[in-house]
Design a binder for this molecule. Structure first.
Ligand code: ADP
Ligand code: MG
Length: 245
């Protein structure tokens, strides 16, 4: 397994945001992670990348126990995540923002710049390399957030609502980008509310509700699952997408 999360628990004071969340991720997968707001999806990502230390359970990355490791150690072992609210340096150029990620594995400026340039080409941002980050609109910001993570050369990428706020055409372009990233050999876990994205991209879907996994299976299986319909999708969605997904 590339990543194994065993019974991960996260308490915030007296509130249990995650109560026994488990997930195995094999090399090469694209997994969709869905569930209502507040279900614990971002908290789970935070526990997987070391931004939070779980209150219980274990996280193994490439057979290393990283449950209590720093975010930097996680990144070095090859896990990267995008933030729901992008962590952008507004006054740096787009190239410089991506170089910040590239410095994880390239100490020399010239090598970090070359790595960042490769990532800008992959993400379609190369023409904007010298623009300030603050000049970007929503689709560009989403791409930059993905590029910043790609620059760290992850084996496993966690995308937290990386496509939220895009128009339908921009969503299609972003889906193409995610496919390109996957073809380049990166394993992906995608949190997304636009079910179209999940149904198009994910081979396997895991559903969170109230800090627990309530269903897992193929996209077709989970959209027809009564517990998932009740907790998240609602019955109108199931009628529209369920039976032919
Ligand atoms: P999702 O990403 O599925 O919408 P989150 O993981 O952001 O859900 O949140 C899960 C629950 O944990 C929510 O009730 C949220 O308010 C709570 N929560 C998240 N982070 C914190 C925190 N740092 N301190 C206290 N409560 C938190
Ligand atoms: Mg979230």
């Amino acid at each position: 397994m590339l990543l194994r999360a065993e019974d991960v628990q996260m308490d915030f004071g007296g509130f249990r945001a995650l109560s026994g969340a488990s997930l195995d991720i094999a090399q090469g997968e694209i997994i969709g992670l869905i569930g209502p707001n507040g279900a614990g999806k971002s908290t789970f990502f935070n526990c997987l990348v070391g931004d939070l230390t779980p209150s219980g359970g274990r996280v193994l990355l490439n057979e290393h126990d990283v449950t209590r490791a720093t975010p930097e150690a996680h990144a070095r072992l090859g896990i990267g995540r995008s933030f729901q609210v992008p962590a952008t340096f507004e006054d740096l150029t787009i190239l410089e923002n991506v170089m910040v990620g590239a410095f994880l594995r390239h100490a020399r400026v010239r090598e970090a710049r070359a790595q960042a340039q490769r990532v800008l080409e992959l993400t379609g941002l190369d023409a904007l390399a010298d623009h300030k980050a603050k000049s970007l609109g929503t689709p560009g910001r989403k791409r930059l957030e993905i590029a910043r993570v790609l620059a760290t050369e992850p084996k496993l990428m966690l995308l937290d609502e990386a496509l939220a706020g895009l128009t339908p055409v921009e969503v299609q372009q972003a889906i193409e980008l995610v496919r390109r990233i996957h073809r380049s050999g990166i394993t992906l876990v995608i949190v997304e509310h636009v079910m179209e994205v999940i149904l198009t991209l994910a081979e396997r879907v895991v559903v969170f509700n109230q800090g627990k996994v309530i269903a897992r299976g193929t996209p077709a299986e989970v959209v027809n699952d009564e517990a998932v319909i009740d907790a998240y999708l609602g019955h109108s969605h199931a009628r529209r997408h369920g039976k032919h997904a």
